[in-house]
Every structure is written in structure tokens, then in C-alpha cells.
Design a protein around this ligand. Sequence first.
Ligand SMILES: Cc1ncc(COP(=O)(O)O)c(C=O)c1O
Length: 416
Amino acid sequence: MTDPGPAFSRLFARELPPPAPRWTGFPTHNFVGGHNDPTLIPTRALAEAAIAVLERNGPTLALYNSDGPQGFRGLRELVVRKVAGRAGITCTADDVLITAGSGQGLELVNQLLLDPGDTVLVEQFSYAGAIAKLRRRKVNIVEIPLDADGLRTEALARILEDLGRRGIAAKYIYTIPTVQNPTGSILTAARRGELIAIARQHGVPIFEDECYADLIWDPDVPPSLYAMDPQQVIHIGSFSKTLSPALRLGYMIAEWDIMRRLVACKREADSGTGALEQMIVAEYFSQSFDQHVGTLSRMLHGKLDVMVEALEKEFGTAVEMFRPKGGIFLWIRLPDAVDVTKLVKPAADAGIAFNPGPEWACNPQGAKSYMRLCFALPSKDQIRDGVAALARVCFEETGIPARSANVRRAAAGQSG
Ligand SMILES: Cc1ncc(COP(=O)(O)O)c(C=O)c1O
């Protein structure tokens, strides 16, 4: 018998997302999403930070937004010090808005700039959450081609000229310049300069998403786009990847003309970001940011090496890997004959979850043989076992990869 649903389901608004399935727990081999490494959550230090801030600031929990609608001043000051380092940004706590994860930053920028029918430029492969939010707002997504050095600026210039000829003014350029999601590239310094010049020439704002920028293998990276031109750029970042996605903390940096609009939009969206987690993160990271992020990055790099090795062993020449320059994901491509969307169900039945490429692409059809694997959550042994299990499912569904190391695979039930 089919479930008739609640009596008022006929009253639901027209444009809802599909209903959520009931949550049945995490899969055994979990390569999806942006989870962190559980062994590197500094639980004792966070507990000590919680006690310290509660003893010092506890009574302020009686107020909504005790430091104003932009968030806890201590955390905004921490963001100012942090981005003054590698990102090269000069700003004050008044230029920072603390958000409930950087996902809220994406929503706020969309709310600020987009109406249905608008045009937005997005990297060919990009964060699925950002693409989904744009689709729900019914905007036209125009893809910017990528290569190993990030978005291709000469192609961007051509696209903007073509749009201009057709009388279309793009609302913003969304880019993840430092450790691109999903490809893991870092936009070169030369291209950063070109991107800003092109954006200025066409009067299009740049929306810079620096979710993974602190988790890099080589610290010698170019300054952020916001540092190069604060008037042309809105900048967002997150504590999800450097510390914990469960704490739900991110931030936005923008000049006051934009900031005051973002603050107004956020006040409509919520009644403030959770104060206790803001205080705890400010307390802990004031002492330990460099040390924590250094340890985490080294650990992640080690796990990436294990994943690359496991993929080489299990998939051999059948896999093309786009080795990231930091972060938590490996973007891979399988032969054209493999449609990864057809692997999702059999993989799930075998306890494996991966992110299918089409969800990370402006043009889903063009990414049907790609997948994204997160290496942060599983242990090194779990990575090896999970990749072997994934290769087996792929072989059983498609005949690819035919070998594991130099041993020819046999279909289930066959020997030899
Ligand atoms: C590029 C990018 N931006 C933003 C987010 C949102 O993250 P959060 O809301 O946890 O900060 C993610 C999450 O994976 C992401 O990959």
C-alpha cells in the first residue's frame, strides 16, 4: 500500500526539493561529502576552551547577538588575523560576518544578487551545493572551462564578450580559486590578475569561495582575489574543513556597502549564529590555528597518497586522477563506457558511497564518467578496502577495471 502522506500534503508549496529519505546511517566505505578526520578533532582542547569561554563570557548567552548581528567579535578578530596571513587580506572585524557555515554565505549572496532568469558564471566543475542552490533559484548557469591551473581566463573573456553582444549582464562569477572543488587546482597568480581585470572590464562581481584554502600541501600560493581587489570581490570561508563541519561556522568578508546588505539578509534568515561555538572556536584557534591546520594538512596529504596508490592498484590505467593541491577530495575520471550514475545503487548495496560527477558539473552529461572521493573521513586501511570494494562493483557492472594490480579479475561466481 502506498503511503497517502499527511492530510495537508496537497497544500505544499509548488517549488519544494524532493522529499528526504529516512536516514539509515553512514555506509561502511564513506567517500562522500566533506567530512573531516575524526582522529584530529581536538576534543580535550575544545572542552577546555568551552570551560574558559563559559566562565568568561557565559552571561552574554542571555542575549541575542551580544556583539551585534555580524557575530562574536573574538571570532571576527580571529578571522581578520587568519586572512591577513596566506590570503593576504587587510580588513577589520567590521568587514566580517560570521555565518552558519559558508553554505549560508552562498545563500546570502544569491539572495543579494539574484532574480529568476539571471545569468551566473560558474566553473565547469563546481561545488554541488552551489549548483543546486542556483538551479533552485532558476538562474541560467554558464560554465567557465577549467584546466590544471584553475579557470581559463581567456575563455571567460570570450564568454563575457559573447553575453555582452547578446545584451546579457552576468550577475557574478563564482570561483573556488584555492583548492578548487572538485578538481583540487589552484588558480595561478597570473590568472588571478587576468580574472580581476576581466571582471572589472565587464562590471561583474567575483564571488570567491575559499572553503579549502587553509588545507594546502605547499604554503606558497598566490594571495586571495579579495586581497587583490576588495571592491570587486565578495569572499567566503569556512571552519568546516579546518576544524569541524558539525560546528556550522563560516564567514563572509565584504566592503561595507555590500556587508550592510548581507547583514540585513542574514537578520531575516535567522536570529544569529550559535554563540557558544563561535566563542569556543575563537578561543581554541587563537592559540592553535597554525599548529592544528599544519597537522591536519599533513595527515590529509598522507591519506591522499594512500588513496592514489589504492586507485592505481585497483583501477590501473582505467583511472585518470586529478591530484589535488590540498583539501579533502580526489576527482577521478573513468573510461567513457562507465556511467557512474549507474554505479551509485550497486555501490550503496555493497556499503560504498561516492559522489557522482554529474552532480559536480554545470553540464551533468559531460561528467558522467567522473566521480569525487573524499579521503578525510576514512582511515588509511578503510581507504584501501573501500577502493578495492569500489573497483569490484565497477568491474561487476561494467567489466572495468579488468585487473587488480596485475591479476585479471573474475566475475562473481567464476574462479581463476
Ligand atoms: C566549495 C564549498 N563551499 C561551501 C561549502 C559549504 O560548507 P559549510 O557550509 O560547511 O561551510 C562547501 C562544502 O562542502 C564547499 O565545498
